[in-house]
Ligand binder design. Structure first.
Ligand SMILES: Cc1ncc(COP(=O)(O)O)c(C=O)c1O
Length: 400
């Protein structure tokens, strides 16, 4: 199977077996042999309201009847304007403007380019274990060495890597490190408020505020990447809201598209003005704001308003806490951490983590392995995930 695809991005082999998707509905998926699985991944955090959400799908289906495609930056449909308005309406600060992308990587790239254009400075601070995308432009910021190293000598090294603090004591260290840097060279800081693919890592309280203050003081743009954490996943609409009002630039993706590819770089209006140029726009891509993605995203935002998932997530967080923390005394487990509906079990041994992951799949549960060592089993389900299924999955781990 997949004989004619290069091995570039098929990771089936890692697990030593294949799972070919046939259909998905809610939190369940079926493979091509008819086997059913419970999905704790929401497919990389995309399906916040479950797969094939009927509310979103109905809108998309209706739309197909008349508008198949738009022309990127040149001749858009009017719904695109509505979408940017709806995105801005999510925030207290209305003095914002939106640039769309197709992938999360696009949104990050837009944010970084904005920082370079606006500040005319050349360095970006990013954090150890961060994940912001894998394009050549963004790779210097994705500080997971197995992704960076094969391309290291070809990358433009514009990134300054700092330690991502995970304990309160490390904040002081961070402040000292920041003080030693030369701010006249630094265009921006980019950070995930909770690291996802880096291993579900949670910084201590006060982390974002330190970065925010440092940026304000030194004319540096503060960029928050909420491509994973955004839209209630951590128990607030956006995770930055635990500590600050709004960064200079916010990157959104994954859930925003309602299951279709769409991302957004949301920035303070006066900053985003740097993109105003005569002639060809400095940013465009053929499938930009494809109408299906736009309609799906509008439907997602409407559902988001109706469902008010933050409240649901707060309840679900308690379920995670109750069940996951029971595993804490297992000697195979190094740490269990999470917030909202974004949790990770860090195993001491990476081979054992892989074994757990595989057995869970065999027994009908989908999770993911995160972190540089792939030893953090993650649970990033939809807001509707069922306690009963979590209990079943954890029982399997408990008995291993
Ligand atoms: C925090 C974060 N930023 C950026 C990205 C890149 O997004 P995409 O894979 O849509 O390009 C991801 C993807 O996992 C992510 O988790």
């Amino acid at each position: 199977m997949f004989k004619y695809e290069s091995p570039t991005s098929l990771s089936l082999k890692t697990g030593g077996f294949s799972l070919i998707l046939k259909k998905a509905k809610g939190d369940y998926i079926w493979d091509n042999k008819g086997k059913r699985y419970y999905d704790f991944t929401s497919f990389f955090g995309v399906s916040l309201f479950g797969h094939f959400n009927p509310f979103i799908i109905k809108r998309v289906k209706n739309y197909f009847k008349e508008k198949p495609h738009s022309m990127g930056d040149l001749f858009p449909y009017e719904e695109r304007e509505k979408l940017s308005e709806k995105i801005v309406s999510l925030f207290k600060n209305k003095n914002l403007s939106v640039t769309f992308g197709i992938s999360g990587t696009d949104a990050v790239e837009l944010a970084i380019k904005t920082a370079f254009l606006y500040t005319k400075k050349e360095k970006i601070i990013s954090f150890k274990n961060s994940y912001h995308g894998l394009s050549m432009g963004i790779l210097p910021l994705t500080n997971l060495k197995h992704f960076q190293n094969p391309f290291k000598k070809f990358l433009k090294n514009y990134s300054i890597e700092l330690k991502f603090p995970e304990k309160e004591e490390e904040l002081e260290e961070l402040e000292k490190r920041l003080k030693k840097l030369n701010p006249s060279k630094i265009a921006g800081i980019i950070v995930e408020p909770i690291q996802g693919r880096g291993g579900i890592r949670i910084p201590p309280k006060g982390f974002l505020k330190i970065l925010y203050d440092f940026c304000k003081k030194n004319d540096i743009l503060f960029i928050i990447d909420e491509i994973f954490t955004g839209f209630s996943r951590t128990g607030k609409d956006f995770c930055f809201q635990y500590e600050i009002d709004f960064p200079d630039i916010l990157c959104l993706g994954k859930a925003l598209g309602g299951g279709f590819p769409l991302s957004a770089c949301v920035g303070r209006r006066e900053i985003m003005k740097v993109w105003e140029v005569k002639g060809d726009p400095l940013y465009a891509t053929t499938f930009l704001t494809h109408p299906v993605s736009v309609i799906s995203s509008l439907a997602f935002l409407e559902l988001y308003k109706k469902e008010r998932p933050v409240k649901i997530v707060k309840e679900k967080e308690k379920i995670f806490e109750k069940h996951l923390l029971k595993l804490k005394d297992s000697e195979k487990i190094k740490d269990i951490r999470g917030k909202g509906i974004m949790w990770g079990i860090e195993f001491r041994d990476e081979k054992f983590a892989l074994k757990v992951w595989k057995i869970l799949i065999e027994r009908g549960f989908l999770t993911l392995l995160e972190g540089e060592k792939h030893n953090v089993l993650s649970f990033v389900p939809s807001v509707y995930f069922r306690e009963k299924e979590l209990r079943k999955a954890l029982k399997i781990i408990f008995e291993m």
